[in-house]
Design a protein around this ligand. Structure first.
Ligand code: UD1
Length: 318
């Protein structure tokens, strides 16, 4: 039974990794500054984890958190493109300085491996699809630049200090516990909760933009595989985590109508600044090196997510 540290454990993805590790009988420690994470997300596992309210920018706290740890899953971030456009300094502090801190702490504590939540936004708006890891990055937003800079730090800490690092470029992860309440929330969390309440969702643009929406269980399994894969195959490398398929927002809205029972129309508004048009991953590399396979496809994931939010709204109304 090894000890694992999750940064951003109170977030949607961090708390999902925590539950998966506990199910495997592993020991879990987690840090979160609760800026975007919520205690609610770790409520049912609170007595089984070592939770510490701490900020990535507190190097001493990170050093203490890394003590005795086998593997770090670095999920903590301010995960928003539009927010980073408004506050590039804040994005850089959390998403770059915070990463360097956890890397220093992990290096000094002799952690075996750090798995990092990188972002598909590194690819930017280049027309070539699907996106492959060997393509030249072309980040647009400050968020994308920060996430990419941290990826380079991952590689640097492997090359300079021998700390094993693996970066997973997430493509639009969605599922239960994703926060639907912020203006920066992911589109699926927003649409599902709005449509279940009978409220009209808004599509920014004409709805032809497409994404490789990836259900949370796939991202969790990629993290567990990345933590265990042989060093020679993964250390210092970057992998797409996605499904290798894409859907556009109009198709998604139609599917959600059936799943939620919403009978109204969608509203169209101006395209969002900094948006990219299409996103689709080539997942060959992750399949070969990690043994990764998307176990839950988009429709199945969407159905499960709708059921979860439905359960939440019933519980809240009860
Ligand atoms: C981007 C990044 C992703 C990052 C995420 C964090 C890319 C490819 N992806 O995702 O890596 O983790 O930001 O914020 O750059 N939309 C609507 N109506 C809404 C909300 C959104 O139409 O109410 C549209 C958006 O304009 C966009 C699409 O839905 O075209 C997806 O938006 P969103 O869920 O915010 O994710 P991305 O911006 O693709």
């Amino acid at each position: 039974m090894a000890l694992h540290l999750i940064t951003g454990i109170a977030g949607f993805i961090g708390s999902s990794i925590a539950r998966a590790l506990l199910e495997r009988g592993e020991q879990v420690r987690g840090i979160d500054n609760l800026a975007t994470g919520k205690r609610e997300n770790i409520k049912e596992i609170a007595d089984r984890i070592d939770f510490r309210e701490a900020d990535l920018l507190d190097l001493d706290a990170m050093k203490e958190a890394c003590h005795g740890v086998e593997c770090v899953y670095h999920q903590a971030a301010i995960p928003s493109v539009p927010k980073s456009v408004l506050d590039p300094l804040g994005s850089n502090q959390a998403n770059v300085d915070g990463t360097v801190n956890i890397l220093i702490a992990a290096r000094d504590a002799k952690v075996r491996r750090v798995v990092y939540a990188a972002s598909s936004s590194a690819y930017g708006d280049t027309p070539t699809l699907p996106k492959r890891e060997d393509m030249t990055p072309n980040p647009i937003s400050p968020y994308a630049v920060a996430k990419l800079a941290s990826e380079y730090y991952m590689v640097s800490f492997f090359r300079c200090y021998g700390l094993e690092t693996v970066s997973l470029r997430y493509f639009n992860i969605f599922g239960p516990r994703q926060d639907p309440t912020s203006p920066y929330s992911g589109v699926l969390a927003k649409f599902i909760t709005q449509m279940l309440r009978g409220e009209q969702p808004t599509i920014f643009g004409d709805g032809s933009q497409s994404r490789d929406f990836t259900y949370i269980d796939n991202a969790v399994s990629a993290n567990l595989l990345a933590a265990q894969a042989p060093t020679a195959k993964v250390a210092g490398r970057v992998f797409n985590v996605a499904t290798g398929t894409r859907v556009d927002l109009n198709q998604t809205f139609e599917l959600l109508k059936k799943m939620t029972g919403y009978s109204g129309n969608v509203k169209y508004a101006a395209e969002r600044g900094g948006d990219i048009k299409h996103s689709l991953a080539d997942i060959t590399l992750a399949t070969k090196a990690l043994g990764y396979e998307p176990k839950v496809n988009f429709e199945e994931g969407l159905q499960r997510t709708v059921e979860w939010y439905r359960g939440q709204s019933k519980a809240a109304g009860a």
